[in-house]
Design a binder for this molecule. Structure first.
Ligand code: ADP
Length: 267
């Protein structure tokens, strides 16, 4: 849909017809619609756990007042809901920060191998709980990238967390890194980090929208696993800031591969 608005009336031409100048304001309308959708989504996402919390508070004041077992159960649910709200607010703040940073080029030369290893260390206990083992496919040759180390760690954390969450128990998650002197996607020296899981995968119809805020391929599963729907939106912004690319491939029933392509710093 195209929106136009008349910006000035020039007057009349020789034939007496009025001349109007129009401006295409489609992008302005789209931006404002997106903002409204975002606010509506955030409100809805916050209200759902809030409504649950209010309901349980009422129950604890009333019918469950003297039932210690029920109270314990309700308090556990309340804690989960409060943590869900906390994660959502945290992710909203991250998203806001990375959006604000997007035009500022990162200036730190960091060793990508170290960032990957540090991410794997941080996520080891989460993987163990899920019965997932990491398959680390990169050697010790240091690959340098100009980056914001914390933000890159956030990228790999989100992607590996998703691979663990959605990949299924008893499975592997492969983390692979390969660099090349001429990365076709960048037409420059680059590195590819692939996060591969062997779970249910993502239906290809969802792939084009998968990095949109609050877009979920499997709404029920995401919510059951405590997802905010913002992880990949944050990933996308950070990769943009690093002048990189994100690719997602998936075959239903066979798993998903997220590829992060970044320019490398040749030293
Ligand atoms: P969420 O918090 O819901 O995990 P994300 O932005 O991280 O949000 O991911 C968006 C959606 O993409 C998820 O809800 C899920 O449906 C899908 N998804 C992401 N990673 C995977 C994966 N490795 N396997 C299957 N589905 C995935």
């Amino acid at each position: 849909r195209v929106s136009i608005r008349a910006v000035s009336r020039i007057g009349r031409n020789a034939g007496g017809a009025a001349v109007l100048v129009f401006e295409d304001i489609t992008h302005v309308e789209q931006a404002s619609q997106m903002r409204r959708d975002f606010v509506a989504n955030v409100s809805h996402e916050l209200r759902t756990p809030l409504t649950a919390l209010m309901g349980f508070i009422e129950t604890l004041r009333g019918p469950a007042r003297d039932d210690a077992a029920a109270a314990e159960r309700f308090l556990n649910i309340m804690q989960d809901e409060a943590e869900r709200m906390n994660r959502l607010v945290g992710d909203l703040m991250s998203l806001n920060r990375v959006e604000g940073d997007e035009r500022v080029r990162p200036t730190e030369a960091v060793v990508l191998n170290d960032i990957l290893d540090s991410t794997l260390r941080t996520l080891r206990s989460l993987a163990e709980e899920a019965g997932v083992t990491f398959e680390r496919e990169f050697n010790g040759d240091p690959v340098y990238v100009m980056a914001d180390a914390d933000q890159l760690k956030q990228v790999f954390t989100n992607l590996i967390e998703n691979a663990i969450k959605y990949g299924g128990t008893g499975e592997r998650v492969t983390v692979r890194m390969t660099s090349s002197a001429r990365e076709p996607a960048l037409r420059a020296p680059g590195v590819r980090v692939q996060i591969v899981d062997y779970g249910p995968g993502i239906d290809p119809v969802h792939l084009p929208r998968i990095t949109e805020r609050f877009y979920r391929a499997d709404d029920h599963r995401s919510r059951a696993l405590g997802g905010t729907g913002l992880g990949l939106a944050i990933v996308k912004h950070i990769i943009n800031r690093h002048r990189g690319r994100l690719r997602v491939q998936s075959t239903l029933g066979e798993g998903a591969t997220f590829t992060v392509i970044l320019p490398v710093q040749t030293v």
